[in-house]
Write a protein that binds this ligand. Structure first.
Ligand code: UD1
Ligand code: UDP
Length: 384
């Protein structure tokens, strides 16, 4: 049995890390194709090394470009690999251009497409991620949803074979029921549970002179904040005010954001000591330390919102919508868009009064990755 995993961007390496392990444990051959969408050492190689992800058998080196150019060149190159390797299934993750290129190439060759993180919707088609996830879901054969909301979204879009657990699916002869949508939980939660056990906080905390629950962690990279100069400036101005109140801020800067901050002059301001501390992107283990030790997170990331919840740190989300609505409902995230005053109010509120956590697990019970591989193995056998 042979699975090809299409990876290209930071959050995909992280999600794949835990699933690759399960694929190996279950004796399935995995071929990793790295599209090259992310290529800086600390956006790519660092995760392969730290998380023990197998070396990519193919590195397509596509690099950065416009959406059409980048996705189109990925599509052409992935197709060549699939034609040569003839896998039983192609696994794609999340909602990046690499996800769309992989799912499109495989579906046109009638190869079973498995989508990890299916069904999520922000209902904002101005986000490139929303287009990528809708299109990917609609050419996928197995849609692994992390949440009930994801399943409900897929049902609303006309999918009919909906399964709430692996126990409902496995007795069924599946050859006539594809595409299948199934809730399995979130593999990022599985990985976070492992990371939590291993965490040694001393390195990164000491390096940046951070004290437990005495700092704010910031990330920002989404197009809606980086492509609109005013939005990034509003976020930056909010951070400056919070820093002037004596709140320490650490901000690992995505390369996309660093470029914009260079162009707009924000980066040169940041050398003053009372301003947010801008650092290069960090490894997954360092990030999970920062997430769990921070008092508040300010982010537009999808993954970081969830990890904040996993590590009991509330998140101010600098977006207008989120696909992780469970977090909003639980009170662990607040949407502020790029509105300076909303960011300030939400951050101050979380800083003073952290939300209560009920013990309900919104993202499964830590075996999503195991279920994903088990189900995929079952479906491949059924469809041979
Ligand atoms: C992509 C995803 C986004 C995801 C994010 C994770 C799409 C459309 N977007 O956004 O959903 O949240 O990855 O981080 O797929 N760059 C570098 N070095 C790198 C990578 C990028 O300098 O290693 C710079 C380049 O200037 C590039 C820009 O960042 O043009 C944007 O990179 P790109 O991969 O197009 O989009 P992301 O913003 O990273
Ligand atoms: N992350 C990391 N180092 C950083 C910033 C983020 O390891 O400097 C991890 C983070 O812990 C999460 C993932 O990257 O697992 C989120 O990726 P990103 O924010 O780039 O993308 P998104 O989730 O928004 O698609």
């Amino acid at each position: 049995m042979k699975i090809i995993s299409i990876l290209g961007a930071r959050p995909q390496f992280i999600k794949a890390a835990i699933i690759s392990k399960k694929i190996k444990e279950k004796g399935i051959d995995e071929i990793i194709v790295h599209t090259g969408q992310h290529y800086d050492y600390n956006m790519s190689d660092i995760f392969f090394k730290e998380l023990g992800i197998p070396e990519p058998a193919y590195h397509l080196k596509i690099g950065s470009s416009s959406h059409g150019d980048q996705t189109g060149r990925m599509l052409m190159e992935i197709e060549k690999v699939l034609v040569k390797e003839k896998p039983d299934a192609v696994m794609v993750y999340g909602d990046t251009n690499s996800t769309l290129a992989g799912s499109l190439a495989a579906s046109k060759l009638h190869i079973l497409v498995a989508h990890v993180e299916a069904g999520l919707r922000s209902f904002n088609k101005k986000m490139p991620e929303e287009i990528n996830r809708i299109l990917t879901d609609h050419v996928s054969s197995v849609l692994f949803s992390p949440t009930d909301t994801g399943l409900a979204n897929l049902k609303n879009e006309g999918f009919t074979h909906i399964f709430y657990s692996i126990n409902e699916l496995i007795p069924i002869k599946s050859e006539n029921v594809l595409p299948i949508c199934i809730k399995v939980g979130d593999p990022m939660f599985d990985l976070a549970l492992e990371a939590r056990k291993k965490t040694d906080a001393s390195g990164i905390m000491g390096r940046w002179n951070l004290e437990r629950k005495q700092f704010i962690l910031v990330t920002a990279h989404r197009a809606e904040n980086t492509d609109v100069a005013e939005n990034l400036e509003n976020i930056w101005n909010a951070l400056k005010i919070l820093a002037s109140e004596g709140k320490k801020i650490i901000f690992p800067v995505h390369p996309r954001t660093r470029k914009v901050m260079e162009q707009t002059g924000l980066l040169s301001e940041s050398t003053h000591s009372h301003l947010p501390l801008l650092i290069d992107p960090v490894s997954y283990s360092e990030m999970t330390v920062l997430e769990s030790e921070a008092r508040v997170i300010i982010t537009d990331s999808g993954g970081v919102q969830k990890e904040g919840y996993f590590f009991d740190t509330p998140c101010v989300v600098t977006r207008e919508q989120t696909e992780w609505v469970e977090l909003l409902e639980s009170g662990w995230t607040t949407l502020t868009g790029a509105d300076k005053n909303k960011i300030l109010n939400a951050t101050r509120q979380y800083w003073e009064t952290p939300p209560n956590k009920n013990n309900l697990s919104l993202f499964g019970n830590g075996d999503a990755s195991n279920q994903i591989v088990e189900i995929l193995k079952f479906l491949i056998k059924q469809n041979k």
